[in-house]
Design a binder for this molecule. Structure first.
Ligand SMILES: Cc1ncc(COP(=O)(O)O)c(C=O)c1O
Length: 423
């Protein structure tokens, strides 16, 4: 029996209506930007496998570094012990993150990196003996699927069954170009209440909302208001981190510096799960005390797993090498040429690009579960392209190693769809 058929009998997939979405192709091998299924068909991974892969599948340098770590230490409790891969990774990340970041807290994935950031902010105020609970977040944001992360996210399809269980959050409009002042005023009004605990946002690019862009100048103004009010800011760079926007971090487009930063996805180059929350010194220092009650009593069994740290270090080697800088420039350039072409098609709406990411809408049904969305997904898969639309938003977010010919093939399929519609 094929792997696909065996899967259909026993596996429950994420974000899937199993009655409609099964069976699925079984991937047996990956190399560079290509994935191969059990039938020998290949797919160009034009969305970096849910935005995690940076340097291609089964990259030999990352494999070698994980293999070397496998010889030494697989896992050790991270409370009361440490290990060199975690220390080196912390040192090297802090060296490239905004200069106010001073401490690295490890977790398991994007959602848990966000949970840690939220809890740190709540306790920051608790430790100051000025309890505050109100979070401010962007409308339609996405920060993960655990309860705290859901609460600060948008209140749409993904959370409808749990909406009444989520803590109250004040949502403001992201500073869309031309409407920055509205967002600044919404935030200012909330800050005036004197009860805001923290402001969390996806900087410049809201991924799950549909690869929506907003203005760096507007976000800077909002962060400045928070700084003046003494309210911590949390930049969720889980999607935008590690080069996606053309710079190492989306925060590199800002003049303000966030107090906390959440990282995951590309952190390990897309090999092993890991999350990180970094914090500035004023946040960290609020937890220092003679009393254990003020400590951040939070963690996960696999915190700072040495194999994941080794993968992250190897991925950083590649990210900071000259070859990757050339790849980022090459893809960014190709995406801006693609953008111009999209602008001349009949059907592409709101084409946009930032760094290595390009997106547009097609049709007018934005529903995640719409039939059009299913047809678009099939249209691309049939051509050996892994392009998974977000509702009616189609986007390309490739690994940096993608060959020009593969990127051009993905772009050409998008342009065909944007010119002629679905066949
Ligand atoms: C901006 C952002 N934050 C958090 C998450 C959650 O990450 P994870 O799926 O690893 O829990 C995601 C996932 O797509 C994301 O895009």
């Amino acid at each position: 029996m094929s792997i696909s058929a065996r899967d259909a009998a026993v596996v429950w997939h994420p974000f899937s209506q199993m009655q409609l979405d099964s069976p699925v192709p079984a991937i047996v091998r990956g190399e560079g930007a290509l994935l191969y299924d059990e039938q020998g068909r290949s797919y160009v991974d034009a969305i970096s496998s849910w935005w995690v892969n940076l340097h291609g599948h089964a990259h030999p340098h990352i494999s070698d570094c994980i293999a070397a770590q496998l010889e030494k230490l697989h896992q050790v409790i991270f409370a009361g012990f440490t290990h060199e891969p975690a220390v080196e990774l912390s040192e090297r990340l802090l060296a490239i993150l905004p200069s106010n970041q001073s401490r690295v807290f490890f977790s398991d994935d994007g959602s848990t990196a966000v949970e840690a950031a939220l809890k740190i902010c709540v306790q920051y105020w608790g430790n100051k003996a000025q309890p505050r609970r109100r979070f401010v977040a962007f409308k339609d944001g996405y920060h993960g699927d655990t309860f705290g992360a859901m609460a600060v996210g948008g209140r749409g399809l993904f959370v409808q069954h749990y909406a009444e269980m989520l803590f109250e959050v004040s949502h403001v409009d992201p500073p869309h170009p031309g409407r920055e002042q509205e967002s600044v005023e919404q935030l200012a009004k909330l800050l005036d209440r004197g009860d805001v605990c923290a402001f969390i946002f996806e900087p410049l690019l809201q991924g799950v909302a549909g690869m929506r862009l907003h203005s760096a100048a507007g976000l800077d103004q909002m962060m400045q208001l928070c700084r003046e009010a003494g309210v911590p800011t949390i930049a969720d760079e889980i999607l935008t981190g590690f080069g996606r926007t053309g710079r190492n971090f989306a925060c590199n487009y800002l003049t303000e510096k966030p107090d906390l930063i959440c990282l995951s996805k590309g952190l390990t180059g897309g090999t092993l799960p890991m999350g990180i929350t970094t914090a500035s010194n004023p946040i960290y220092e609020r937890f220092l005390s003679d009393s254990r009650e003020r400590a951040f009593l939070h963690g996960h069994s696999y915190t700072a797993n040495p194999l994941a740290c080794a993968a992250a270090l190897a991925s950083l080697d590649l990210l900071l090498a000259a070859e990757c800088r050339e790849q980022l420039a090459r893809i960014s350039e190709a995406q801006s040429v693609f953008l111009t072409k999209l602008q001349h098609t009949k059907l592409a709406r709101n084409p946009r690009a930032l760094g290595t990411v390009a997106a547009f809408e097609i049709g007018d049904d934005p529903a995640y579960g719409s039939q059009a969305r299913d047809k678009i997904l099939k249209f691309f898969l049939g051509q050996g392209l892994l392009i998974r639309p977000l509702g009616n938003t189609i986007y390309l977010l490739p690994p940096y190693c993608i060959q020009n010919a593969d990127l051009e093939r993905a772009q050409a399929a998008c342009l065909r769809l944007a010119s002629q519609g679905l066949p």
